[in-house]
Design a protein around this ligand. Structure first.
Ligand code: FES
Ligand code: FES
Length: 452
């Protein structure tokens, strides 16, 4: 496909002063003018690193974040609210990747301090539509192959949205003007042709105005980068007492980092296994490396879990919250959230179910959606999933023993430790990587021999 680089000249303005129009370099955030900037009282001076509470509405959800005064909006969206759709390219207002809507107008999120957005209404690409209910712009980008690597796509979508909503002629923008009007976002894949065709298509299909964002509703927004939301609670004992234990578990709205589904065939009958599942103390002692620290109330439990992955040892302090207990169906749903002092954090939705099995036994079905952030997220989806699967398999064996004996299993007799299981998972991953590399090398050698 032949690329059509857009012109890099300033385009006719179609947004409010201080915001970033497509085809236009972003305004200096220190200059007066944007609605967000006008909200800051002149006397409200803080040091750059001081934490400031900022209340705003993001994709229809009211949030308050406690962030350093120097933190820009894009980092707050990504790190504190988990909205990683807003991409960062240059952080200088040049590339347009970080374009979002602030009070309805396109703005460079890398050039706005979050504190300037106090009271503002922010819409990110996540607010535009969902996978099942895409905005017409998203559908058109897909239909016209306007996505190559996808890095510029959020900026292009939000810029296109602003152009067709706030442009001088609304959706009546002429196709020949689009290269200039959309030139505020730079596509490194040079895939402009499909992108411009998509915007032109949507402009033609909606002569009476562009439909609004389709995914702006109240939901839980939490960070994925180890950052804690302002209301996460605090650990007792001051700042050195380790990671904060939250009051309640909050699961990010986005897709999980890994999903695990394990079926363990147990020799014990359904009722005995359910008795273990229903006894949270016993249940916790069946989970390798886990320890129940405090029962807060009938559905919330404070605990800790230790896991070692090669040289990395993580000690999570956190909360488990039973959100559904169905004795008649032998079903238990638990949310869990933990963080370690090194900045790793994990959140999980865990669903346990006991079903009748063969020969009077039972089947323990465990499904988990895992949201990982910080150092632990660097291990990769496959390894995280593999370690978790092994933990659940071990958990199944321990539950079986506890169901038979009525006692918490002895850690030394229940099989491999979390450390050994994690090491095994690491070795398996390395082994399969080595096999892949060996197959590739052999394949190349065979091809060389065939050419001779
Ligand atoms: S990251 Fe904001 S304009 Fe490049
Ligand atoms: S699609 Fe790759 S940067 Fe535009």
């Amino acid at each position: 496909m032949t690329a059509t680089p857009p012109q890099q000249r300033p385009a006719p303005g179609h947004t409010a002063p201080g915001h970033t129009a497509p085809g236009r370099r972003a305004a200096d955030p220190s200059s007066a003018g944007t609605p967000a900037q006008r909200r800051i009282p002149a006397a409200a001076k803080v040091a750059a690193g001081d934490l400031v509470d900022v209340a705003m509405t993001v994709n229809g959800t009211d949030v308050t974040v406690s962030v350093p005064a120097r933190m820009h909006l894009a980092d707050v969206l990504r790190e504190h609210l988990g909205l990683t759709g807003t991409h960062l390219g240059c952080e200088h207002g040049v590339c347009g990747m970080c374009t979002v809507l602030v009070d309805g107008d396109a703005a460079r999120a890398c050039l706005l301090f979050a504190v300037q957005c106090e009271g503002a209404e922010v819409t990110t690409v996540e607010g535009l539509g969902t996978a099942d209910d895409q905005h017409p712009l998203q559908q058109a980008f897909s239909a016209h192959h306007g996505l190559q690597c996808g890095f510029c796509t959020p900026g292009m979508l939000m810029s296109g949205y602003d152009l067709l909503t706030n442009g001088p002629e609304g959706t009546a923008v002429a196709p020949e003007e689009l290269p200039e009007q959309m030139s505020g976002v730079i596509c490194r894949c040079t895939g402009y042709r499909g992108i411009l065709a998509a915007v032109a298509d949507v402009a033609a299909e909606h002569p009476d105005g562009l439909p609004g964002p389709r995914n702006c509703a109240s939901r839980t927004l939490v960070g994925r980068g180890g950052a804690r939301p302002a209301d996460a609670g605090s650990a007792e004992g001051g700042p050195d007492a380790g990671p904060a234990v939250p009051e309640e578990v909050r699961i990010p709205a986005g897709a999980p980092s890994a999903t695990v589904s394990v079926r363990s065939e147990l020799s014990s009958d359904v009722a005995s296994v359910w008795n273990v599942i229903d006894d949270f103390d016993l249940l916790a002692r069946c989970l390798p490396g886990a320890e129940l620290v405090e029962i807060l109330d009938e559905s919330r439990y404070r605990g800790r879990a230790t896991i070692a992955l090669g040289p990395v040892k993580l000690r999570f302090e956190g909360l488990a919250q039973v959100v559904e207990r169905e004795p008649a169906e032998h079903r238990l749903n638990v949310l869990a959230q933990g963080a370690d002092a090194g900045g790793s954090a994990t959140r999980a939705v865990i669903r346990l179910r006991v079903e009748p099995g063969a020969d009077g036994g039972s089947v323990l079905v465990a499904d988990a959606d895992l949201h990982l952030s910080g150092r632990i997220a660097q291990f990769g989806r496959a390894l995280a999933g593999d370690v978790s699967r092994r933990l659940f398999e071990q958990f199944g064996r321990s539950v079986d023993e506890a169901a038979r004996t009525g006692q918490a299993p002895d850690a030394t007799s229940t099989g491999p430790s979390p450390l050994r299981m994690a090491a095994g998972a690491t070795l398996d991953t390395l082994r399969s990587a080595a096999l892949r590399i060996r197959a590739r090398v052999w394949g190349r050698a065979r091809a060389r021999r065939a050419r001779r």
